[in-house]
Design a protein around this ligand. Structure first.
Ligand SMILES: Cc1cc2nc3c(=O)[nH]c(=O)nc-3n(C[C@H](O)[C@H](O)[C@H](O)COP(=O)(O)OP(=O)(O)OC[C@H]3O[C@@H](n4cnc5c(N)ncnc54)[C@H](O)[C@@H]3O)c2cc1C
Ligand SMILES: *[C@@H]1O[C@H](CO)[C@@H](O)[C@H](O)[C@H]1NC(C)=O
Ligand SMILES: *[C@@H]1O[C@H](CO)[C@@H](O)[C@H](O)[C@H]1NC(C)=O
Ligand SMILES: CC(=O)N[C@H]1CO[C@H](CO)[C@@H](O)[C@@H]1O
Length: 928
């Protein structure tokens, strides 16, 4: 594939002025460069001594796209094999690295003798552009730029599509769609007698503004581990670790106060509008996470992003559990708080927080916007059964305190036929603010701690690079990584039972711990709780048809058309009826029960029966040597009260089914069957509820399991907080996400009301200015989540004006599919398929230009993807292979490319991307 090399002779032969260099003097540094400027604003310059030896000074300047992006140049005429320098802005720092391409992939970081040292006065980010000016040492020579006596051909490339992990110098790059090509550098015009003075301005830095991510600053100490991390120069008032149910809400409320907030999420994007383009075959505007009807079948239709290093199932993606859960949204009843939460957290204290949540994220007891409850036969059967036994029909959204012998249409975190939750209802509000940054694919390893003061967090990118982000003086770190993961961060920070911290110290996860004398002994993980679930099946006495699973996983046209209008079975979650009641044990404990019902097979009702609020069993959670959390003791059915309570309810249920004319007859509970079963038999099999709470309980220091105070601050620290399910001292009556969100709202208000601990070095609103800024509530943004531009690192959103209409299957055009570019037909291969070899043919030819030397003939061509097909000096006669078009890149080079960039709607924030799709097509190999 040596086609690129033709350019060299072509350029020398033509000496076309437009593509050659011209001298300019940089105002900021005073350095005279010889350089190349493209219409896009991309500029590259080079300065040489009068007698070049090994070094040169380089400068890359490029407009900062709303989404981010990068700019770079190559030291030879072909990107393949040539040394390249790439740079991009990240917050208020410039990240750079050496790269070398070898194929059709993002060029990896390369190392050698060469190094880069920034020239600070020429390295900056302003409102419109970034500039990187640097001394390139040992960059002249066979490993870098081999200077010609007259003209060198260099390459340039520029992208305004956000890269995956801008904080990491080794991040994968996005395709250089904003521009690329070659230009001729007249060597003589780059030489100056002032070179030595300019080169002396280069100074080593200890930030990531250094070569290749290769400049590492050792951190921590005191343990045998040998980890190094770079330190970001950007600092924040708050760093929030984890963008799940609680993390997004607390981060957004902190942002509203005017404080600067960095939200770090270890996983990738989730809903389509967040940039996830793993859309569904039958509707390319939604991912599996968007569609309520597939929530029971995520693993059938895709590979949901579950954490792989947690004690039990948890979501490791933007939204956390709210993206992988079954969407039950059970507003807590008053006693869920009143029973065991400490003073200041009783229902009277938190009900205003609940109101703020419900204003934005109310939940609803229907799904389909056409008002029809589709496939509702199981509700009809079970409601008759319960009514016949004296239960009453309530509305779980309107009347959360109706929890005794009450049933409801299932309450869902759903809006306009789509999965709702903080990703849809809070995150866009934060992203609209310039004081907010979201970074995906960034895992928090530990809080960096000196005694009781936390200075920041150490993170790890998906490629394993460690970077430390610091808070400002007086700043705070909030852990919101969920009950399965927040404990790990605490252990890794030297906080928890000594045995767990010692496991980290002796383990293999390369965590730098504080000195043993500084370990903080708290019972992290010691009081974990969960709802056990018993699954029962019943035969119905009346005929009850059921839908096949394939109706949800591979929907027919009727279902997918209805969904595009916000309706039908796909616009509903999987449950059909929910019920609640309680039992009183002989020792006087009242323990609640929840049931969710559906009809998984003809004439069959399934009930998932949860033992909930009031249960007394606890287990414990610890960490393994390789850094995974594990249950060191199970939390289910450990007390006589819990066993008695579960048995009592099962006996009552069996009695109900044995009434004359009962519509339900017991069928099975796992392997337990038979007509004479008892309650004791029915509790033999249970599964996890995945509703874990209490791994960093709130309460009075010294009480069992208590880790945080009533401001959610970790005891023994000045500025470390836990705001997620970990801090809940008790289990609620229903599924956990709603109460987790309520408590996150309440926690944000408490944190903002705290006095400043020291001179907060912020010019924005004093973060202690309390509640006025947190009280106003917005509208429910479930659909109108227009995402403004110009926000943080990964947050910047494309300027696409109609995000909101493409987000929703309720697009005004009537059907989501119709808002897809016509090029994407329903037969197009799944966009997420990495093996997709050929883009779908498209009539769109707007980017194609006829060129004299090649006549594109899609039907008969032979030149493959990215092959050269024209340009001055091109001698070939072939045409692009089927499906590809010849595109003029510049005078010298035309290339076979995909007819149009395939767009998957909705056009969400470009910046929030999955690692595996950033390099969807492209080649440095055939840059020009
Ligand atoms: C399979 C399943 C089904 C469920 N079904 C329901 C249901 O139907 N209804 C209901 O109400 N509840 C349900 N739940 C429970 C509910 O989703 C959780 O209680 C809730 O999401 C907890 O919120 P959280 O903020 O504490 O944690 P999470 O929502 O888990 O959020 C934690 C976030 O932190 C991120 N993270 C983790 N570690 C790190 C790190 N080191 N650095 C950076 N980021 C990190 C995660 O990727 C995640 O985004 C279900 C849970 C599961 C797992
Ligand atoms: C930002 O920097 C670029 C490059 O130096 C410059 O052209 C531009 O005018 C600057 N913009 C502002 C707003 O200062
Ligand atoms: C490293 O950075 C810190 C803070 O930005 C600064 O105070 C210090 O002088 C720097 N050290 C070196 C060696 O440049
Ligand atoms: C950590 C790392 O990759 N360090 C490398 C940085 O670059 C120098 C050469 O410039 C190498 O010697 C180091 O190994």
């Amino acid at each position: 594939m040596a086609r690129s090399f033709i350019l060299y002779s072509a350029l020398l032969a033509m000496k076309v002025a437009a593509q050659t260099s011209s001298p300019y003097t940089d105002a900021k540094t005073g350095i005279s460069f010889n350089g190349f400027k493209h219409a896009s604003g991309y500029t590259f310059g080079i300065a040489l001594p009068e007698t070049p030896t090994t070094d040169f000074i380089g400068q890359i300047v490029a407009p900062v796209g709303t989404a981010g992006g990068w700019a770079g140049f190559t030291m030879g005429q072909s990107m393949s094999g040539s040394l390249a320098v790439v740079a991009w802005p990240n917050g208020d720092e410039v990240v750079s690295s050496f790269r070398k391409a070898s194929g059709y992939t993002s060029p990896p970081v390369t190392t050698g003798d060469f190094t880069m040292t920034p020239i600070p006065s020429g390295t900056f980010i302003n409102d419109t552009a970034f500039s990187y000016t640097f001394l390139c040492s040992k960059c002249l020579g066979t490993n870098g730029l081999v200077l010609s006596a007259t003209t060198n051909v260099l390459g340039w490339a520029y992208s305004t599509d956000a890269i995956t992990t801008p904080a990491s110098a080794s991040s994968a790059l996005t395709y250089h769609a904003a521009g690329f090509g070659g230009f001729g550098l007249t060597v003589a015009d780059a030489k100056s007698a002032n070179y030595a003075t300019w080169a002396a301005m280069a100074v080593a830095s200890n930030s990531t503004t250094t070569p290749g991510g290769n400049s590492t600053t050792p951190v921590g100490g005191g343990s045998s581990t040998n980890t190094t991390a770079t330190v970001s120069n950007s600092t924040y008032d708050y760093i929030v670790a984890g963008a799940g149910a609680a993390g997004i809400i607390v981060a957004e409320r902190l942002v509203e106060s005017g404080a600067s907030v960095l939200l770090l999420e270890r996983g990738g994007s989730s809903l389509a509008f967040t940039g996830n383009d793993a859309t569904l075959p039958w509707n390319s505007s939604v991912t599996m996470y968007d569609v309520p009807g597939v929530d029971y079948y995520l693993s059938t239709v895709g590979s949901p992003a579950y954490c792989t290093d947690t004690a039990d199932q948890a979501g490791c993606l933007l939204g956390g559990g709210t993206m992988v859960n079954a969407m039950m949204f059970v507003r807590p009843q008053a006693r869920d708080f009143d029973a065991k939460w400490p003073a200041g957290w009783k229902w009277a204290d938190v009900s205003a927080a609940a109101d703020r949540l419900y204003e934005r994220n109310p939940g609803q007891t229907y799904g389909s916007v056409d008002g029809v409850r589709h496939n509702n036969e199981a509700f009809e059967v079970v409601s008759q059964f319960l009514l016949g036994n004296g239960w009453s029909h309530t509305d779980a959204i309107e009347k959360p305190n109706d929890k005794i012998d009450a049933f409801s249409y299932p309450p869902w975190s759903l809006k306009d036929g789509l999965r709702s939750g903080p990703v849809r209802t809070y995150l866009p509000l934060a992203q609209a603010k310039s004081n907010f940054k979201l970074m995906l694919d960034t895992k928090v390893i530990r809080a960096v701690r000196s005694g009781s003061t936390i200075s920041g967090v150490e993170t790890e990118t998906s490629t394993g690079e460690r970077v430390i982000y610091n808070v400002k003086a007086g700043g705070r770190v909030v852990l919101a990584s969920g009950s399965m993961s927040t404990p790990r961060i605490l252990f890794n920070s030297g906080i928890g039972p000594a045995a767990q911290i010692q496991t980290v110290a002796d383990g293999t996860s390369s965590v730098t711990l504080p000195d043993k004398a500084d370990w903080i002994d708290l019972p992290v993980g010691a009081e974990i709780k969960d709802h056990p679930i018993f699954t029962l099946k019943f035969k119905t006495s009346v005929a009850m048809p059921s839908l096949a699973t394939s109706q949800f996983t591979s929907p027919n046209d009727t279902s997918s058309d209805l969904f595009a209008q916000g309706s039908g079975i796909l616009a509903q979650s999987g449950q059909r009826l929910s019920f609640w009641t309680s039992v009183n044990t002989t020792s006087g404990k009242e323990v609640f029960i929840q049931g969710t019902c559906n009809g998984p097979a003809n004439n069959t009702v399934q009930m998932k029966i949860y033992l909930t609020h009031g249960l007394t069993s606890t287990g414990s959670l610890g960490i393994t040597a390789d850094g995974a959390t594990e249950l060191t003791s199970d939390p289910w059915l450990k007390t006589d009260d819990d066993i008695e309570a579960a048995t009592m309810f099962m006996d009552r249920l069996l009695t109900m089914t044995r009434q004359p004319n009962s519509t339900l007859t017991f069928l099975s509970a796992g392997d337990v069957t038979g007509s004479n079963v008892t309650g004791t038999d029915l509790i033999k099999n249970h599964v996890t509820g995945a509703h874990y709470v209490g791994t960093a309980k709130m309460g009075t220091k010294g009480d069992a399991g208590v880790v945080v105070d009533t401001d959610t601050k970790v005891y023994g620290t000045d500025n470390l907080f836990v705001v997620d399910a970990s801090m809940h001292p008790d289990l609620p009556t229903g599924n956990t996400q709603a109460i987790v969100m309520v408590a996150a709202e309440a926690a944000a208000a408490r944190i903002l009301a705290l006095p400043t601990t020291s001179t907060a070095n912020t010019t924005t609103t004093d973060p202690t200015t309390p509640t006025s800024s947190i009280l106003p509530v917005g509208t429910d943004l479930a659909v109108t989540s227009a995402l403004p531009s110009g926000t943080g690192i990964a947050a910047p959103i494309s300027s696409s004006a109609d995000v909101s209409s493409t987000v929703s299957p309720l697009a005004s055009s009537g059907a989501a599919v119709s808002s897809v570019a016509p090029a994407v037909s329903s037969e197009a291969p799944a966009p997420s398929s990495p093996s997709e070899a050929t883009p779908s043919p498209s009539p769109a030819t707007t980017t194609t230009q006829a060129i004299p030397t090649a006549t594109p003939s899609p039907a008969s061509g032979t030149i493959g993807q990215y092959g050269r097909c024209g340009g001055l000096g091109y001698e070939g006669t072939g045409a692009c292979a089927n499906g590809w078009v010849c595109k003029k890149q510049n005078e010298y080079y035309s290339q076979c490319v995909a007819p149009s960039k395939k767009r998957h709607v909705p056009k969400g924030p470009d910046s929030i991307q999955d690692e595996d799709r950033t390099w969807e097509r492209a080649s440095f190999l055939d840059l020009y």
